[in-house]
Design a protein around this ligand. Sequence first.
Ligand code: GLN
Length: 208
Amino acid sequence: MVITQRVGVLALQGDVREHAALLAELGAEVVLVRRPEELATVGGLVIPGGESTVIDKLSRTFGLQGPIRTAIADGMPVLGTCAGLIMLADRIEDAIEGQQTFGGLDVLVRRNAFGRQTESFEAELDVPELGDAPVHAAFIRGPVVESVGRSAATLAALPDGRVVAVEQGNLLGIGFHPEISGETRFHRRFLDRVAARSGPGASAGAAV
Ligand code: GLN
């Protein structure tokens, strides 16, 4: 029997639609999360790319910061891409005044590490955890993981050694955009985590 996973995409700002479309393609039921009541119905959350300063502010305005922090502490699987990685980082550099994150990943992330939008680039990355085929990664004003703390593990790095994807328990943070390059393996990994956590027989989307 196939159990449909009900997962959320944080829909405050950013490339929400691309993530929602990819997750739906992979067979998940997708909820656009803007309110705590919506968060409570999902078994995992994707935090899209966009602008972390805006996502931070809106999450506080909408009363989502506390519930998302609690869900992360409770072990809910979360996949953050780009601004989403910044939102998952415990420590950030080049933040704006007063900028906050949800946290959970024991890493220091530097915002806008590759410069401006016009300096966006694509690269092939080796990600052994995802198999032999390289990951085609699009970097758009992305962050870099400057240091990986003891509790987190590196998933992917550029050829020069700069870390661009990390994992810690049920949290997956990547500095690029698989949702726009046809790369599905990170989202599959996320959905596997959601399935593993729900367990056989658990109702999809159980929040706790
Ligand atoms: N520069 C953005 C930020 O600081 C992230 C860019 C992106 O998500 N593509 O949030």
